[in-house]
Design a binder for this molecule. Structure first.
Ligand code: DQA
Length: 155
């Protein structure tokens, strides 16, 4: 059975209550539950971690490198826009990584249009709400073995 890691960054624990006009009313628990259910159909096991702390996210990425994971799906929240440390951790881990955002960061404030992690990801999915997590899982499972951090394909 393949294993996939899912990491959600700061403020994503507030989904459902947080700016529902942007992020919707679905909670993180609901998103993870549906993803786990769908992944079982593809014989894949999802492990999930959410943190509001940059260092904890980095430690988690380090700890899952070389542990037999097919890859990582990450919504780094606002860290997306400035955390070179998370970018470096993804690169160092060698994990095949898909970046996911609920909202369309290209269509929001200027500071959100920048993703410092996208170059170390094989795909960037945004603007699809909770469905984006399913697309991210599909992108990861369908990725060819030679694709890894740093070889991005456009979706
Ligand atoms: C987000 C977009 C980020 O700009 C924001 O800081 C978030 C959520 C998204 O999923 O749309 O926390 O990553």
């Amino acid at each position: 059975m393949e294993k996939v890691y899912l990491i959600n960054g700061p403020n994503l624990n507030m989904l459902g209550k947080r700016e529902p006009e942007i992020y919707g009313k679905t909670t993180l628990g609901q998103i993870v539950r549906v993803l786990k259910m769908l992944s079982r159909k593809r014989d894949v096991r999802i492990k999930h971690f959410q943190s509001n702390h940059e260092g904890k996210i980095i430690d988690k990425i380090h700890s899952i490198a070389n542990k037999g994971f097919k890859g990582l799906i990450i919504n780094p929240g606002a860290f997306t826009h400035y955390s070179y440390a998370i970018r470096d951790a993804i690169k160092a881990s060698g994990l095949k990584t898909v970046e996911i955002h609920l909202s369309n960061i290209d269509k929001r404030e200027d500071f959100r249009k920048i993703s410092v992690i996208k170059e170390v990801c094989i795909a960037q999915i945004m603007g699809l709400g909770p469905t984006g997590y399913i697309k991210a899982l599909e992108a990861l499972l369908d990725a060819k073995d030679e694709e890894s951090a740093g070889s991005k394909s456009e979706l």
